[in-house]
Design a protein around this ligand. Sequence first.
Ligand code: ADP
Ligand code: MG
Length: 287
Amino acid sequence: SIPLTFFAGIGGASKAGILVKGSNYLEILSRAKILVFDKTGTLTQGVFEVNGIHHNDMENAKLVEYAALAESASSHPISKSLQRAYGKDIDRSRVTDIHEISGNGVTAKVDGVTVAAGNDKLMNSLGIPFIPCHSVGTIIHMGINGKYAGHIVISDIEKPHSKEAIRELKAAGVEKTVMLTGDSKKVADHVAVDLGINEVYSELLPADKVEKVEKLLSTKSEKAKLAFVGDGINDAPVLRRADIGIAMGAMGSDAAIEAADVVLMDDDPLKISKAIKISRKCLRIVY
Ligand code: ADP
Ligand code: MG
């Protein structure tokens, strides 16, 4: 039978905005030693600002319009930012043949023109030669009718509590912090150094994230538990694969909330160490 204290633990956590889906997760949480994070929407706000537009001969406004329309079916934070930058209602009847390539970008036809919006990998896969960009930020390259049309630089900012959250986890005895992201090495390294994350892997596809987690699982001791924290845009499989999956509940996707074992209702990364502390307190009372 489940000791009553476990219910108290789950109740206490829920009052703090931490939804724990079962008493067994409190025990796993109490032993979390490796904390693996997704970047966008988890440690960063996932709210991008358009900072710079560099193009060949198309007007800035037209480039953003093509990007926003091509991205109109995507729920990715990059897509939402481009819609905001466009600022007008999207007429979906102008857009056809939409394909979203997870971890790469999108392709679509806008007013019959073929548009590709995404990263280096997308341009390479379409055979569109692009001009490398050295800005710090996420680069959205634009291909129009198979030719390079320029790029849009957008950047995301860290959540206000991310740095403190990493510090608190280390203070609570977490041995290793890892960040996995599909974003560029430049952006990823910058965030990881700033936050004090121990290991960082960038330019990963969703399947690569699962592989990294499996590698980390296979090299740790049985007693140390691995937690993955994500917002679920592309990372539901990793949330399931970890010893314990923690999802951002407010901005995160429904798929994440479903795949996760613990949900942070307000997306605050500081709640991770709080959850670990609640779980340990509860286990001390039981044993
Ligand atoms: P993260 O791991 O940081 O959550 P994703 O796996 O969602 O990132 O995306 C990785 C990268 O793929 C992005 O940084 C971007 O370059 C590109 N990308 C993904 N989705 C889109 C999209 N809808 N539009 C443009 N680029 C995208
Ligand atoms: Mg993500």
